[in-house]
Ligand binder design. Structure first.
Ligand code: FE2
Length: 179
């Protein structure tokens, strides 16, 4: 009798360990997030480091909210947000080049991770490459990232409201959240 109880107890511990390890597995987003913030933490220029972390985190939050309201893949949106300005902060590159270079960095990370399908990498990288072109209309994921970027900038500095197409995008994004 004692043997049976002991055997079942061992089996329970084994199953609990299995469940615990499964729960502790990092998702693809969590791994990408750890990678990006680890790189940001190495930026020596303090204002640039703070901007990298605060703006990326804000875009991540805004894109999550908008992705849910627009029924777009939250995971792809959040990973695009993580990398969308990556080159701006890591390479301190010219603003005119930052979207294209950030998409190349994202492509390198996503390909090397071997956890993403080709079409997922293409969707994410295209959204990053296009995110500066706020006057153009692109795929739903591109539009989501552009609007989240504008909403994030507004929330970071509400005293400086956007104008023109950015203002219209902000109004439309807020309307989406309200519905
Ligand atoms: Fe940007």
């Amino acid at each position: 009798m004692y043997d049976v109880v002991q055997k079942n107890a061992h089996r329970c511990v084994f199953l609990l360990n299995l469940l615990y390890n499964k729960a502790m597995e990092l998702t693809r987003y969590e791994k990408a997030k750890a990678f990006v913030y680890e790189q940001f933490a190495k930026i020596h220029n303090e204002p640039l480091r703070i901007a990298a972390i605060s703006h990326t985190a804000m875009v991540d939050s805004c894109v999550t909210l908008l992705a849910i309201t627009r029924s777009i893949s939250v995971e792809k949106a959040k990973i695009a947000a993580l990398f969308h300005d990556y080159a701006q902060y890591i390479d301190n590159c010219a603003h005119s080049e930052h979207a294209r270079l950030s998409s190349l960095h994202a492509h390198q990370y996503l390909s090397q991770s071997k956890e993403f399908k080709v079409y997922e990498i293409d969707d994410i990288c295209f959204a990053i490459a296009q995110h500066s072109k706020k006057e153009l209309f692109d795929s739903p994921l591109c539009e989501l990232l552009k609007d989240a970027d504008i909403l994030a900038r507004f929330l970071e500095n509400p005293d400086k409201p956007p104008t023109g197409i950015r203002r219209q995008r902000l109004i439309d994004a807020l309307a989406d959240i309200q519905t």
